[in-house]
Design a binder for this molecule. Structure first.
Ligand code: GLU
Length: 472
């Protein structure tokens, strides 16, 4: 048997982390078992399902490196098939037409509530002859659900879960306008796509009991189910905006690498010994459902940022530079030309050691493209007082005389200057750093100066010296 999983998002306009994790688990499980991973867009809600909302899903999955093994299936295109199955159930006597009017249904609900019973459909038309209905009256098609016994699901994460059939009513398969319901469509699609394992959020568990009844009525084998615990906020409450990023687009904008987000989401609900940082190959090799926990996970943004820092340090310098350049586009006071790009690329080994997100990396790299004169942070200004300016003037002359402007020659020059003037190396590096960046942080000063290039370094020193006393 080929293992076949699917990710079946409804295009609502965002790809929530909970769904993104379900996609990842389905993908890894299929890959681990040499099976197939499919994508189905559940776009039957025509109002919400815009092309833009569908693209958000495609883009998010592509960014996370989760690719399907076949063209995506659009649920809305399969409506005829959903109807066909409902009519087959009708023919087999496993479903029936219900002619209850909205008023009758309301009365039924109110009666049940008054009698302190759960408001379920009472089966009025279950055994009635449709000929008793007024001619041409609208109807829905309902499943003739079993009344006795229990529905039991052997869930691969939750264990055995069961519900008494008397607690469920006859669910609607086709609405009065002839459109299939969501619960019904999912069953038909999963069956036709030959899905062997349905993995989704545990908020779908109650749907699963009802869907199991449709499978049984059709005489179809049930897939295996794995209901994944939800992701909560750090405080244990439902994850919401106030906690921080919650959709894949948010995380991307906030400067997380897809490797880090996937690694984090995997580790959030699944464990394999102490392994923290896992490449995609390792994830595929190790992932299986027995490592998935049952209790809800809490989103830990601090841990995610930590993992992101780790993934940034091993990320390719050109890739990071491209991202930073894109983020710098349009930023005021920053030139984003090839010169700036070359400077950032040269400094990237140092820059990426010091940032946890691409946003931070971009902020730290921006000085490479600053136009002169720079603006200074208060701390930087302090470093450019009388002493600092004296250092800049003196060391500037030595730097101007260098025939080769490399980290090595620069380092030697700064050290020699410090020694000759009997000051600490830091007293030379700090004002230089302030003059180059406007702030007090940068990669190593030798790398920073060589990346900016001799002309730019001298221009930035000159701009400080020309501006009168920087500390006013
Ligand atoms: N379309 C459903 C959702 O986005 C998922 C249904 C399923 O996985 O069965 O929540």
């Amino acid at each position: 048997m080929t293992i076949r999983t699917r990710f079946a998002p409804s295009p609502t306009g965002l790809l929530h982390v909970g769904n993104a994790r379900a996609a990842l688990f389905n993908f890894l499980f299929a890959r681990h078992h040499g099976g197939e991973f499919l994508l189905r867009i559940e776009d039957t809600d025509k109002e919400r399902s815009t092309q833009k909302a569908v693209d958000v899903i495609f883009d998010g999955l592509a960014w996370m490196g989760i690719d399907a093994d076949a063209e995506p299936v659009f649920q809305s295109a399969r409506q005829d098939r959903h109807t066909e199955v409902a009519l087959e159930l009708l023919e087999k006597g496993q479903a029936y037409k219900c002619f209850c009017t909205p008023e009758e249904l309301t009365a039924m609900r109110e009666k049940a509530m008054a009698e302190k019973r759960p408001p379920r459909y009472d089966g009025t038309w279950r055994d009635r002859d449709p000929s008793e209905a007024p001619a041409g009256a609208p109807y829905v098609v309902r499943l003739k659900a079993p009344r006795e016994g229990e529905t039991v699901i052997r869930d691969l994460v939750q264990g055995e879960v069961r519900v008494g059939n008397s607690e469920m009513d006859d669910l609607i398969l086709l609405r009065s306008d002839g459109t299939p319901t969501y619960l019904h469509a999912v069953v038909v699609d999963d069956h036709d796509m030959e899905i062997t394992h349905v993995m989704r959020g545990d908020d779908h568990l109650t749907n699963t009991f009802r869907q199991a009844m449709i499978y049984r009525a059709m005489g179809w084998d049930l897939p295996h189910f794995a209901h994944l615990p939800l992701i909560h906020g750090p405080d244990g409450a439902k994850l919401s905006k106030r906690h921080g990023a919650q959709s894949v687009v948010d995380f991307r904008e906030e400067g997380y690498l897809p490797e880090a987000l996937c690694n984090y989401l995997l580790r959030l609900g699944w464990g394999h010994g102490d392994a923290e940082v896992l490449s995609r190959e390792e994830q595929i090799k190790l992932f299986d459902l027995d490592g998935v926990g049952r209790s809800p996970s809490r989103m830990d943004y601090v841990k995610l940022a930590h993992l992101n820092g780790i993934w940034m340090r091993v990320a390719d310098d050109t890739r990071l530079t491209n991202d930073v350049m894109e983020r710098l586009q349009g930023r005021e006071g920053v030139v984003t030309d090839d010169k700036t790009r070359a400077r950032i690329l040269a400094m990237m080994p140092g820059l990426k050691e010091r940032a946890k997100t691409l946003v931070e990396l971009t902020d730290n790299a921006a000085f490479a493209g600053f136009t002169l004169p720079l603006t200074f942070t208060p701390k930087a200004e302090k470093l450019l007082g009388e002493d600092g300016r004296k250092v800049l003037e003196g060391v500037g002359k030595e730097l101007a005389a260098l025939p080769d402007f490399t980290p090595e020659t620069i380092d030697a020059t700064l050290r020699a200057y410090a020694e000759k003037n009997e000051i600490k190396l830091g007293s030379v590096a700090q004002p230089l750093r302030a003059a180059m960046t406007g702030s007090t942080t940068s990669p190593g000063i030798d790398l920073t100066l060589s990346a900016l290039g001799q002309d730019e370094v001298l221009a930035r020193i000159a701009a400080v010296l020309a501006s009168g006393s920087a500390d006013g």
